[in-house]
Design a protein around this ligand. Structure first.
Ligand code: HEC
Length: 133
């Protein structure tokens, strides 16, 4: 009798293991193809529009790291797009930028990002968000 109960428990637990496996498979995150395409477009624009010369994901180049920029914008609940459109000024604090740096980026906003289409700015921002934590 004990043996039967034991094998019953064993087969039940095997069954639940198998069904767990299936569940994990079903819940695997789906690849959002539109989002993937948007990020790829943003990556191309990031190079084409020269952002790549001054910005790196996690290290400061001429400009602050994208990580520090995204963190600051999240903390202050401001949309990066308003800055790129020239609607808001720099929100970064003095530990990240000084006034001479602000002048450098302001020129990029005037000459490049504020003239870009909304969809292109969305792509740029999607790419930036995809390479930070
Ligand atoms: C010639 C170097 C240079 C290029 C090219 C450049 N940046 Fe910057 N960027 C900077 C510097 C310096 C800062 C820091 C000053 C500031 O924040 O205004 C900055 C800051 C920023 C900020 C933070 C804004 C804030 O609130 O302070 C964003 C967002 C940004 N850059 C995005 C971009 C994007 C997108 C591109 C490409 C279209 C780009 N940058 C191209 C130098 C550059």
């Amino acid at each position: 009798m004990k043996k039967i109960v034991f094998s019953l428990v064993l087969s039940l637990s095997m069954l639940s293991l198998v069904s767990c496996g299936n569940k994990a498979k079903e819940e695997a995150p789906k690849v959002d193809e539109a989002q993937v395409a948007l990020i790829a477009k943003g990556q191309a624009l990031f190079t084409e529009k020269t952002c790549v010369a001054c910005h790196n994901a996690d290290a400061k180049l001429v400009g602050p790291s994208l990580q520090s920029i995204v963190d600051s914008y999240k903390a202050k609940s401001v949309d990066i797009k308003t800055f790129l459109k020239g609607e808001t000024k720099s929100i970064l604090d003095s530990t990240l930028v000084d006034s001479s740096m602000v002048t450098i980026m302001a020129a990029n906003v005037v000459n490049i990002t504020s003239t870009m289409a909304d969809e292109d700015l969305d792509a740029l921002i999607a790419y930036i968000n995809s390479i930070v934590k």
